[in-house]
Design a protein around this ligand. Structure first.
Ligand SMILES: NC(=O)c1ccc[n+]([C@@H]2O[C@H](COP(=O)([O-])OP(=O)(O)OC[C@H]3O[C@@H](n4cnc5c(N)ncnc54)[C@H](OP(=O)(O)O)[C@@H]3O)[C@@H](O)[C@H]2O)c1
Length: 289
């Protein structure tokens, strides 16, 4: 398929792009800067220059593709408005398309709120953080657009040994000599390795059913305290983790910072059963240690 990717230079978009290329798909990626364009061109990826904030300037590209994957995020206070404008412009443009376009819209585990000992899945009610309520509203617009075959993916916390959701643990261990944790050691994160997440996006692109959502988690819930301890051992630290008050981090970083403090469990059973998704990385503690 010829696929247009928004966010191809991002933490989760990079591995999705490489996975699709490795499986013969042709990619066109949105790049908003010389730096992003250079990164993509270095991988022989076709680029269209443009900004999420100005979709009218580049939206005609959708007539040249079979599918759109949206994994971009501005992480700004106006992100909901930016995304609403973006999806509205894409829907208006797609009405002029000759055939339906497959569209993967990205949600995320934080839309399910705190689950505690329950395990959420695609059938669970959303309970989003206020900073992410717009994702639920905008996804409805995309699902309802008759010009798209829409699927939604909810990635768990996406990690790899040297980055993704491990980045803060790693940088604090390196720079401050102690692992920085937000909220509590007694919270759980559903997790998925970036390569497994990328494979899930490809399977949904190729075989996902329009109108469906897929939770992508290889491990339902791993204790943050265990991950912090393993990173500490990896760096030879004898210090205990620096557990920061949740309101302190929210004051510093904004409302989204409640996300990593949620005690959550999510299962990825549906995508395993219906699309044969086989996660390769099923023990984060081994992988990051
Ligand atoms: N990472 C996770 O564990 C995770 C889990 C669940 C859901 N999600 C969701 O997945 C999405 C991507 O997350 P991420 O962690 O990959 O984010 P990220 O690493 O910050 O990447 C964001 C991407 O969006 C692009 N972008 C940002 N502002 C743009 C603009 N104004 N115009 C054009 N492109 C722009 C960035 O391009 P530049 O390279 O030019 O900055 C980059 O490619 C977000 O919606 C996030 O909520 C992430």
């Amino acid at each position: 398929m010829r696929v247009f990717i928004l966010g191809a230079t991002g933490a989760i978009g990079q591995s999705i792009t490489l996975e699709l290329i490795a499986h013969g798909h042709e990619i066109v990626a949105l790049a908003r800067s010389d730096t992003s364009e250079a990164k993509l061109v270095a991988k022989n990826i076709s680029v269209i220059r443009g900004d999420l904030r100005a979709p009218v300037e580049w939206c005609k590209i959708i007539h040249d593709v079979d599918a759109i994957i949206h994994v971009a995020g501005t992480f700004s206070d106006d992100e909901g408005d930016v995304d609403h404008h973006l999806v509205s412009v894409l829907i208006a443009e797609a009405k002029r398309a000759e055939q339906k376009i497959r569209f993967i819209y990205t949600g995320g585990c934080w839309l399910f709120g705190e689950t505690g000992d329950e395990i959420a899945d695609e059938t669970s009610e959303f309970d989003p953080l206020s900073a992410f309520y717009w994702v639920v509203e905008n996804s409805r617009l995309v699902f309802e657009a008759p010009c798209f075959e829409t699927m939604m993916i909810h990635p768990a916390m996406v990690y790899d040994r040297d980055g993704g959701t491990m980045s803060r643990f790693l940088s604090s261990a390196r720079q401050a000599g102690r692992v920085e944790v937000w909220g509590s050691l007694k919270t759980r994160w559903p997790v998925v390795h970036s390569e497994d997440n990328a494979q899930a996006y490809r399977l949904v692109l190729e075989h996902g059913q329009a109108g469906q959502s897929y939770c992508v988690a290889a491990e339902t819930g791993v204790w943050v305290g265990d991950m912090a301890a393993v990173i500490g051992q990896r760096f030879g630290l004898t210090t205990t983790p620096w557990v920061r008050d949740v309101f302190d981090v929210v004051r510093e970083h904004g409302e989204w910072a409640f996300g990593p403090t949620l005690d959550q469990q999510i299962r990825g059973e549906k995508i395993m059963r219906t699309l044969g998704w086989p996660p390769k990385f099923t023990n984060i503690l081994t992988e990051i240690g």
